[in-house]
Design a binder for this molecule. Structure first.
Ligand code: SF4
Length: 407
């Protein structure tokens, strides 16, 4: 979008336009379905004369281009994940290398995602991402600092670091893990107040990162570490390179080194061969670990992954039941943890106004996936994109309610 804007194009995000580019996801069944439905919707609009052209890019078209061309031929052209110059060409724009780091930010003005690497070198058996995104490619620290500075100039206060695997950052480019060094460089960017870490792989996690988190106030006391499962036979079959014992040790180190840290994880249930006993072990562990944040997904059987050679033998209904059971346990944990926050004063970043509320978040909550802090807009005025001290007055399973306090 930054490239198009620099070419003089009028670009909007998720609004009406005469030329539509759909950026697709092809990761799991639900994402594929959503992508295909969106393509069909816009092809329909093209047939009705509401839009002139429809182009499709991203992971789904990287993975299934021939099939899509055959099944939905009314799309003007399909592009893969590394074909930005080709896409720009059909949009009558030139790819300009010097525009590196220039972006049109589509998130609320308070935060932006910073993608620190692309692709993944891990062999996780269930995952189709390396098929679509290729091997891990870290972006150089200086490029990321430049991008962060550009975002800070736009008023962005929080950077959310993402990659398929944050833990691996630097190994390809610098021959060593450099996440801690990157964080030390990013905290120096003026205007950026919060830096949040998502998608850290457990195996080989550089513990130095925890020291930086403790020492640097700008690094949020928060980590998203997708653990996927805890039963050893499943972890082994998933090819995660870790065990229950090692995972528990790592979580203990997290909590010892940064006691205030909110830990978020995601799990997969219904993986091929997951027995009642594997699931029981997982449930007990979720109860015991009391993760601050947790999401649970049902296994999706993806072509060309290693796990595809295994029998997808847990019925869909059982997968769903298991996911629901885990989320019920987590709702209770989350409710209890949120009750403990009532009466505390939290620094919140105010993201937006929605209906009757201003919506903010604490350092321990990431956008879209975690708690939000709701502030009654009929009683209080909040500045969007700014920090405020909020006293938490009430809490539900996944939301907090509060009112501003004077400094
Ligand atoms: S680390 Fe994440 S992206 Fe990489 S293969 Fe494993 S699940 Fe997929």
């Amino acid at each position: 979008m930054g490239q198009l804007r620099a070419n003089g194009k009028d670009v909007v995000h998720e609004e009406e336009g005469n030329v539509v580019v759909i950026n697709t996801c092809g990761f799991i069944d639900n994402a594929k379905e959503e992508s295909v439905n969106t393509i069909l919707e816009y092809v329909g609009r093209k047939e009705s004369g509401l839009v002139d052209k429809v182009f499709v890019t991203g992971c789904l078209s990287e993975r299934y281009k021939p099939e899509l061309q055959k099944e939905i031929p009314d799309v003007d052209a399909y592009f893969g994940t590394s074909d930005l110059p080709g896409l720009l060409k059909v949009l009558e724009a030139d790819y300009k290398h010097e525009l590196l780091g220039e972006r049109l930010v589509t998130t609320p003005r308070s935060y932006a995602y910073l993608k620190i690497a692309e692709g993944c070198d891990r062999p996780c058996s269930f995952c189709a991402i390396p098929l679509m995104r290729g091997g891990h490619k870290s972006k150089p620290i200086e490029d990321l600092v430049k991008e962060a500075k550009n975002l800070a100039v736009k008023g962005i206060k929080e950077l959310i670091l993402i990659a398929q695997d944050l833990t691996y950052y630097g190994l390809d480019l610098y021959k060593e893990r450099m996440l801690a060094d990157l964080l030390r460089a990013l905290v120096k960017v003026e205007g950026i107040e919060w830096i949040r870490l998502h998608y850290a792989f457990p195996t080989g996690f550089p513990e130095e990162v925890l020291d930086v988190m403790r020492e640097e106030s700008k690094i949020c006391n928060y980590i998203d570490i997708p653990l996927q499962h805890i039963s050893d036979p499943i972890l082994k079959s998933m090819r995660r390179g870790t065990t229950r014992e090692k995972t528990n040790r790592l979580l203990k180190v997290f909590r010892q080194k940064v006691p205030q840290m909110a830990i978020r994880t995601t799990l997969i249930v219904g993986y091929p061969g997951e027995t009642e006993d594997d699931f029981r072990i997982l449930k007990e562990w979720v109860k015991k670990m009391r993760f601050d944040r947790l999401g649970c997904f049902t296994y999706s059987h993806e072509e060309n992954t290693h796990a595809y050679s295994l029998e997808d033998n847990v019925p869909e209904s059982v997968k769903k039941e298991r996911a629901n059971e885990i989320m019920e346990i987590q709702s209770q944990i989350s409710w209890e943890l949120n009750q403990e926050r009532i009466g505390t004063v939290q620094t919140c970043l105010i993201d937006r106004k929605e209906g009757a509320y201003f919506i903010g978040r604490t350092e321990q909550d990431s956008p879209d996936v975690d708690n939000e802090v709701l502030i009654d807009a009929s009683k209080h005025y909040m500045k969007i994109g700014e920090f405020a001290n909020i006293e938490i007055t009430d809490a539900s399973d996944f939301d907090l309610y509060g009112r501003p306090v004077e400094d």
